[in-house]
Unconditional design. Structure first.
Length: 226
């Protein structure tokens, strides 16, 4: 078992599995946010249902562990790759001009994604799940997710920060999703091109979906019905 965590292939496999799980969570999270776009009361009901129930807490813990493993192994693999290439790194990158920009800057994109996640946790998780656990009280209630969306996305600097975060997520997933599938085993010549197209669609839907939510609340268009 220890060899899985220590070998290069094992690290890539762990990164791939955790990355896939995080993409699935983003899709689930996006579907929840679309509820807020149509009905604020329905979204608050969802927030109240999840709240601090044991399954929500367990899911949060699993996601936190998965994200932590993803970050740790991303840094380990990046450092090892740079050491392996040594002084020829820049020459190699210059020759591979056709390689997509996102694949060459996954670490930078990952850092932006991490910073965006920190901002998101400070805005929502801290004022909702953590507030309910700690018994903290704010002007907007812990289960009033719609209220928090309206509050934060009425601030232009916050909206800009979130849109930058979504762009980084889009670029990161565009390369990372198909790369993860390739690592898991879908790596023949026929499927490479298909996986890249699927990844572009998945990343595009996630980016567009979250961006629409933020912009809709910023323009006070959402919720549509209440």
């Amino acid at each position: 078992m220890s060899s899985i965590f220590q070998s290069s292939i094992g690290r890539k496999l762990i990164m791939s599995i955790t990355g896939m799980c995080l993409v699935l969570f983003l899709i689930f999270h996006l579907s929840m946010n679309f509820v807020a776009a149509f009905s604020g009361s329905a979204y608050n009901a969802v927030c109240g249902f999840l709240g601090t129930n044991w399954y929500a807490l367990a899911g949060t813990a699993v996601l936190a562990l998965g994200f932590l493993l993803h970050i740790i192994y991303a840094f380990i693999l990046t450092v090892r790759n740079r050491k392996a290439r040594g002084s020829v790194r820049y020459a190699v990158e210059a020759r591979n001009s056709k390689v997509e920009w996102s694949s060459q800057n996954m670490l930078v994109l990952g850092i932006i994604v991490l910073a965006g996640l920190g901002l998101h946790l400070a805005h929502f998780w801290y004022h909702m799940m953590w507030a309910e656990l700690a018994g903290n009280e704010y002007e907007i209630g812990a289960t009033d997710g719609t209220g928090w969306l309206q509050y934060y996305f009425s601030q232009i600097p916050v909206v800009i920060c979130y849109l930058v975060w979504f762009v980084a997520l889009w670029l990161h997933i565009t390369h990372g999703f198909w790369s993860a599938l390739q690592t898991i085993g879908a790596n023949n010549l026929v499927w490479i091109d298909r996986l890249q197209k699927i990844s572009a669609w998945v990343a595009g839907i996630i980016f567009a979906g979250f961006a629409v939510i933020v912009i809709g609340f910023a323009l006070k268009v959402f919720p549509l019905f209440d």
